[in-house]
Design a binder for this molecule. Structure first.
Ligand SMILES: Cc1cc2nc3c(=O)[nH]c(=O)nc-3n(C[C@H](O)[C@H](O)[C@H](O)COP(=O)(O)O)c2cc1C
Length: 162
């Protein structure tokens, strides 16, 4: 599968987002770099991400249904790198120097300058081996950055087009 070139996204969610939406001071933000992300349906608009069972994002999205996706650009490789680190305890410091806006529908951080951002509500979770397929309804979609190419992952390395 390392021969399948993939775009790179940052999946984000806020702990306690369902209860605390509107109170931006409560709940920690979590982020996870992912390539197993795809469009599933146009009507209704559904997307899917595959999360490793037991990862912090999987645990969080098991508890609450709201999440965000930022499609990373070629200039955001450092963001992909830091949110893929294993054994992190907290993501608070990781978000500190990243410009982001909070999604209006989910409270999830959406990276400024991303090629596209989505906000989603989980409709279905399908356990598949050691991962869980999380299918989400797209609540909002935006294209914050008109410029720049995609960040691509191919044969174990980040790449750019061209
Ligand atoms: C390029 C790249 C793509 C990744 N794609 C996924 C993915 O689609 N799903 C997933 O569960 N983990 C994926 N990971 C691994 C997670 O980013 C990583 O396991 C997680 O951030 C570490 O947190 P954890 O200790 O809670 O698992 C990917 C890592 C990299 C470097």
């Amino acid at each position: 599968m390392s021969r399948l070139a993939a775009g790179v996204v940052l999946v984000t969610a806020r702990e306690d987002a369902s209860e605390e939406l509107g109170d931006l001071t409560v709940g920690e933000d979590i982020g996870m770099t992912a390539t197993a992300f795809l469009s599933v349906s146009l009507d209704p608009p559904l997307v899917m991400v595959s999360l490793r069972n037991g990862s912090r994002m999987d645990d969080l999205l098991d508890e609450q249904p709201l999440w965000g996706v930022s499609v990373l650009s070629e200039s955001q490789r450092h963001i992909a790198g830091r949110f893929a680190m294993k054994g992190r305890i907290s993501d608070r410091l990781l978000f500190e120097d990243i410009p982001y806006a909070r999604g209006s529908a989910t409270g999830a951080p959406l990276v400024r300058g991303a090629l596209a951002t989505l906000e989603c509500r989980t409709e279905q979770r399908v356990v598949a081996g050691d991962h869980t397929l999380v299918i989400g309804r797209v609540l909002t979609a935006a294209v914050p950055s008109a410029e720049g190419g995609p960040l691509v992952y191919f044969r174990g390395r980040y790449r750019t087009l061209g």
